[in-house]
Structure formats: structure tokens, C-alpha cells
Design a protein around this ligand. Structure first.
Ligand code: CA
Ligand code: CA
Ligand code: CA
Ligand code: CA
Length: 303
């Protein structure tokens, strides 16, 4: 996962590592974490960012500014829909209210972990085991990053979602998200870094650098020419480190490009054309006069 909302580039809470302490950026993620866990149970590898992008980018068609859903929760009631996508269109059963202990044991025995909305603040947890002694259920809670055994009688349940069968091929992050998706020479993570942090490695608090600088709906890692100035990002940011070093031009600024000093504008072209035309007329006139001078006059004609 990459945090684009204020984490530092380096350090214990860096933008690309698991955080030692929970911050506001990590909140509202319980549904994504639960879906990721169930996906992983079936052998998939689906990051929470990929789940977010499905929900806020592909499904909701959100703008590139918001399509990773930082600080925004996913409504638990859309859980079945997103879980179904994460499990490659597996059928998902939704049951309102508290299921019986025997139903829980049946689902667990048939390799079907349970996603649970326990009602209060619609927090989502995963039930993946039970113990018949004392009727306990095993619950994994993403909010507290803990697992615990809870007596069935104390288990609060608002809704549960369960796969209908365990015959599931879980979805994984596409390998392309770790690569150079748009073929401009800069890998995707570096492109994300280039619009999240400034060239001095500090976070861009005023959001001066936009993922979609030219407004064509493609964020930089999917747009080979992010500012649409005719030069691919990798031709502007030449050493592909996500910063604008001396001698490079800004891939997010169309007025800054490798040809900026060679550009001839329309006015210059018009002036050059006038000079050229004037010069041609002048040369033609001089040539005519010279021709006239060379013509012999009558008084030079010998008899
Ligand atoms: Ca790229
Ligand atoms: Ca773009
Ligand atoms: Ca460009
Ligand atoms: Ca540029």
C-alpha cells in the first residue's frame, strides 16, 4: 500500500511501509482489510489499494484525485458486491441478523470464512474458526489487529456475508501494477512518488502536483505524456527517479519541455516570412537594374 495523503517518504511511518502507529490515513479500512483477508484465505493476493481502486476508480468512476479512497470508508452494505469481485465473481450469501452457532460451524467446516458487520459503527471482522468447547468463535479484527475467541452468546452480528461454495479462484493484483504500465520508462511507483512528493523529498502539502496534470482522466502512471506537451514523461524526467533534477524538465508542466528554447512561435514565423519576401523583392529589383545597365545604348553601336 502507498499512502498519498501526508506520510513522509522515509522513516517508521513512511508512505510505503506498514505503519508502526495507526494514523488517520489508516482509518476506515476494516472492510477492505476483511475482504483482503478472505481473498488471501482462498490463495489470492489482493492489496487494499487495489480493492480501493476497484471501488472508487473502476466502479464509481471517481477522479484520479480520489480513486484510492484514503480516509474514506466503504459502506459495509456494499460488502457483498466487493467481496464477489475479489473472489472472481463467486456467489456470496448475505444473512441479516445473527446466524446460529451450528450455521457458523458448518460454514467454517466447508472452508467458507465469514465476513461480519457487528453493528456498532459497522465495524467489519472475519470469523474463521470455532471451538465447540464453550461455543467459542475465532474472530480476526482489523481495527485492533488482534485475533480472539469470543463466546458465541456474546457475539454481536448485524449482517454476515459468506461465499456460497468454497470452489473459488481468488483474484490477485495484476502484475502490471508493479511495472511501467504506460511504457514511458518510469515505473509506476516512481510516477506516484513524483506527484506525491516534491523534488526535495518533502510531501506536497498544497497538492500542487496533480496525478492527472492534463485532465485527460489518466493518472501519471497510466499516461505516457502526463502534461500532453509531446514529450513522454521518461524523456523529461530523464534519470527516472521521480524528481526533477538539474537539466531535466517537468513532466507535469506543458510549458517546460526539452524543446522550449527551440520553439518558434507564430509571430516569429510571420516576421521571418515578411523578411524573406522583402529580401526576394529587393534581390529581384537589383537583378533587373543590373540587367538594364548591361544593355548597350545606341551611342555605343559602332557603324
Ligand atoms: Ca510509467
Ligand atoms: Ca493525464
Ligand atoms: Ca510531457
Ligand atoms: Ca513538460
Amino acid at each position: 500500500m502507498l499512502c498519498l495523503e501526508g506520510c513522509s517518504l522515509h522513516g517508521p511511518n513512511a508512505w510505503d511501509v506498514e505503519h508502526e502507529n495507526r494514523s488517520t490515513h489508516d482509518s476506515e479500512r476494516c472492510l477492505r482489510a476483511a475482504i483482503s483477508m478472505i481473498n488471501s484465505y482462498y490463495g489470492g493476493h489482493l492489496s487494499q489499494d487495489r480493492i480501493s481502486y476497484y471501488m472508487y476508480g473502476e466502479y464509481s468512476k471517481g477522479s484520479p484525485e480520489n480513486d484510492l479512497g484514503h480516509g474514506k470508508g466503504l459502506l459495509g452494505l456494499s460488502g457483498a458486491y466487493i467481496l464477489r469481485w475479489a473472489l472472481n465473481n463467486a456467489s456470496i450469501q448475505r444473512l441479516d441478523g445473527k446466524p446460529g452457532f451450528d450455521e457458523i460451524t458448518y460454514w467454517i467446516d466447508s472452508n467458507r470464512p465469514i465476513m461480519r458487520d457487528h453493528g456498532e459503527n459497522h465495524m467489519i471482522t472475519v470469523i474463521d474458526g470455532y471451538d465447540t468447547q464453550g461455543q467459542m468463535v475465532h474472530v480476526i479484527d482489523p481495527l485492533t489487529a488482534t485475533e480472539s475467541k469470543i463466546p458465541y452468546e456474546d457475539l454481536d452480528v448485524f449482517v454476515v456475508w459468506v461465499p456460497i461454495s468454497d470452489n473459488i479462484t481468488a483474484r490477485s493484483d495484476e502484475p502490471t501494477i508493479w511495472m511501467d504500465t504506460d511504457g514511458d520508462g518510469i515505473d509506476d511507483k516512481t510516477e506516484i512518488r513524483s506527484y506525491t512528493f516534491l523534488s526535495d523529498d518533502t510531501f506536497d502539502p498544497r497538492d500542487t502536483r496533480k496525478p492527472d496534470a492534463d485532465g485527460d482522466g489518466l493518472r501519471a502512471e497510466l499516461d505516457p505524456d502526463s502534461d500532453n506537451d509531446g514529450f513522454a514523461d521518461g524523456l523529461e524526467e530523464v534519470n527516472h527517479n521521480g524528481k526533477i533534477d538539474p537539466g531535466e524538465t517537468d513532466p507535469f508542466d506543458p510549458s517546460d519541455n526539452p524543446n522550449k528554447d527551440k520553439t518558434i512561435n507564430i509571430r516569429d514565423i510571420a516576421i521571418i516570412a515578411i523578411i524573406a519576401t522583402t529580401a526576394t523583392i529587393t534581390i529581384t529589383a537589383i537583378a533587373y537594374k543590373l540587367k538594364q545597365k548591361r544593355k548597350p545604348t545606341r551611342k555605343h553601336i559602332s557603324r
